[in-house]
Design a protein around this ligand. Structure first.
Ligand code: 1HE
Length: 265
């Protein structure tokens, strides 16, 4: 059955809001620098697993001075190996629902985007960084290792060598440096991130659902395939997309001079 309201309740550390077709999820634990505790990760999983059908894009951002300080280190003390594996699995499942979920996700970043906070940002499809944002993987110096999918997603964004350097030496990258290495998709001035994120999310929401599906689910998988399989999958995906009545209507609009032209910006 179609629904247009979020059907799950969220922990206090998360706040959700709907603006037309765009849902906004705010990390709302500023007193702990939006550190991600078990409850918050479960809330992220529930949010992305129960998006209303009317939601066509999501913006995720953080309240306070930082996007996220990563894993809540206070929860680490009591965990043994078996619990650690289960914990990491819960992060994997929650962030999988972002990357391979229902709709594209725009992360709006500022301040610390570190450890698990960077792993969360890496699961999003577009990253808008305010100039205050900085990226780091402090796991190395804390004697731990990434557990939220960082080893899988970050090398695909920035390369194995850069991730090794970040973990071994504690190197941080600024929002601006992030542009060159593939962490920052858009760089904006302080305080302008949410507006830019919303603008982009509205634009994404205006695409056909089929195109957004293809970009989220087919593109990254095709990129990992052997070329022959990739070409075949691309041919199938493009033929399915163009057969969509909404695509036909948009092409007709352009040919009959009603559709938008591509402009410089
Ligand atoms: C926290 C956490 C946290 C802050 N877990 N409580 N992540 C890190 O190693 C980063 C740790 N955090 C920091 O380096 C700094 O807190 C920040 C640079 C992010 C922010 O600094 P600042 O000066 O604004 O805040 P603060 O005074 O350090 O922290 C404010 C409070 O938040 C304080 O608690 P309070 O009760 O004393 O007020 C801090 O203890 C608390 N806090 N960060 C728990 N991370 C799936 S595996 C992923 C592995 C990782 O993510 S490892 C990386 C962990």
């Amino acid at each position: 059955m179609a629904s247009d309201r979020l059907a799950v309740s969220l922990p206090e550390s998360l706040r959700a809001e709907q603006q037309g077709p765009v849902a906004i999820l705010r990390l709302s634990r500023a007193q702990k620098r939006n550190a991600l505790d078990d409850e918050t990760v479960a809330g992220i999983d529930a949010f992305f697993g129960h998006l209303p059908d009317s939601t066509a894009a999501v913006v995720i951002c953080g309240e306070g001075e930082h996007f996220s300080a990563g894993l809540d280190l206070s929860e680490l003390e009591a965990r043994d190996v078996r619990e650690g594996i289960a914990h990491s699995g819960r992060w994997h499942r929650a962030f999988e629902k972002i990357q391979y979920g229902k709709v594209p996700v725009v992360a709006v970043l500022h301040g610390a985007v570190v450890g698990g906070g960077l792993e969360l940002a890496a699961a999003a499809h577009v990253r808008v960084a305010e100039r205050s944002a900085y990226y780091a993987l402090p796991e190395g110096s804390r004697g731990i290792y990434v557990g939220g999918g960082g080893s899988v997603r970050l090398p695909r964004l920035i390369g194995v060598a850069r991730m090794m350097d970040m973990m071994l030496t504690g190197r941080t990258y600024s929002a601006e440096e992030g542009l060159a290495i593939g962490l920052t998709t858009y760089l904006v001035d302080p305080g302008k991130g949410l507006a830019k994120g919303l603008e982009l999310a509205q634009r994404i929401a205006a695409n056909t659902a089929m195109t957004n599906f293809a970009v989220m689910h087919a593109l990254p998988r095709i990129a990992e395939m052997a070329p022959e399989a990739g070409f075949a999958m691309e041919a199938l995906m493009s033929s399915m997309a163009q057969a969509d009545p909404e695509a036909k209507a948009r092409l007709k609009d352009f040919l009959e001079k009603r559709g938008p032209k591509v402009t410089r910006s």
